[in-house]
Write a protein that binds this ligand. Structure first.
Ligand code: ZN
Length: 297
């Protein structure tokens, strides 16, 4: 089961959170039939969205991460909610690349470095909060750290990992994030940094059987921590026929009427395998609805 835990240091200076997202990344892989490197890219971004989503303050808020570095994988998108539930996709999910110089899946190469990481927070206002930073490495964890430093001025340590089996299934996926709260002074920063020396990789800790709580304790060894909350995040798509109709309507009456010339129209959800079918008559009815809405304006 996917698991996410958030802890606060006893002195209130350090927030530390860790997640085992193995199952939800495997779900994403099955939905999108991702190649190894794309499973790693999407899995890392989904894990980041899961961790970052839990920092949202209200149940109806959501957070979208979009990284587009001009690499062969194209844009990678992940959406998270306050309980760590996520959905996402990678534009070109079948990209294959040789391992990088460290012998690891070349996520930076697939994502590319020429572009931006965009963070969109829908926090119930008319306009969402949008933060954007230039990509640092395309390896995603570094880019998330840079986002927090530049856009939110929050010192953050982030590690994300996805280990893919030879048969393409996901062996382990997860991540942790440490954030210093405004009360943290330089001595706290030094203590956090000291604790990170010689830390095994995220996927190593998961395959060794460490739970997210064990990982929280391991990454800030100099601190006593208390659990704030725990979640069991999932891969959840919230698509529905109504949402698809709304998206079709937004393309305008002319384009809807053009679609009625085909025998039938299929709309595939970006985030899950669901396909929504529309007959010409249904599209015509939608188009007529669109014209009514236009008249009302
Ligand atoms: Zn869907």
């Amino acid at each position: 089961m996917n698991k996410l835990v958030r802890c606060l240091s006893e002195d209130g200076t350090v927030l530390v959170m860790a997640a085992d997202t193995t199952e939800l990344v495997e779900q994403a892989r099955r939905y999108h039939k991702t190649s190894k490197v794309c499973s790693a890219a999407l899995g890392r971004l989904l894990t980041a969205a899961s961790l970052m989503g839990t920092l949202l303050k209200s149940d109806d808020y959501s957070l979208t991460l979009r990284i587009n570095g001009g690499g062969p994988a194209g844009s990678v998108i992940a959406v998270g909610d306050p309980h760590g539930n996520v959905r996402g996709y990678v534009m070109n999910s079948n990209v294959e690349l040789p391992l990088n110089s460290k012998g690891k899946l070349d996520v930076g190469g697939a994502v590319g470095k020429d572009g931006n990481l965009t963070v969109i927070k829908d926090i119930g206002m008319k306009d969402p909060y949008i933060g954007q930073i230039p990509i640092v490495s395309g390896e995603i964890a570094e880019d998330i750290t840079s986002y927090y430093a530049i856009s939110e001025q929050i010192p953050t340590v982030c590690a994300l990992g996805v280990l893919v089996n030879p048969d393409l299934t996901i062996a382990a996926a997860g991540g942790f994030m440490i954030q210093l709260l405004p009360t943290a002074d330089d001595t706290i920063i030094d203590r956090v940094e000291a604790g990170l020396n010689d830390l095994p990789s995220m996927t190593m800790m998961l395959t060794q059987g460490l739970s997210p709580l064990d990982i929280c304790k391991k990454v800030v060894p100099g601190f006593r921590i208390d659990v704030l909350d725990e979640e069991n995040p999932d891969y959840i798509c919230n698509c529905s026929r109504e949402r698809v109709e709304a998206a079709l309507l937004s393309t305008g009456k002319a384009s809807l009427l053009e679609m009625t010339e085909d025998a039938g129209t299929q709309v595939r959800c970006h985030f899950c395998p669901k396909i929504y079918e529309f007959t010409p008559a249904q599209l015509r009815a939608l188009a007529n609805g669109a014209s009514r809405t236009d008249e009302e304006k």
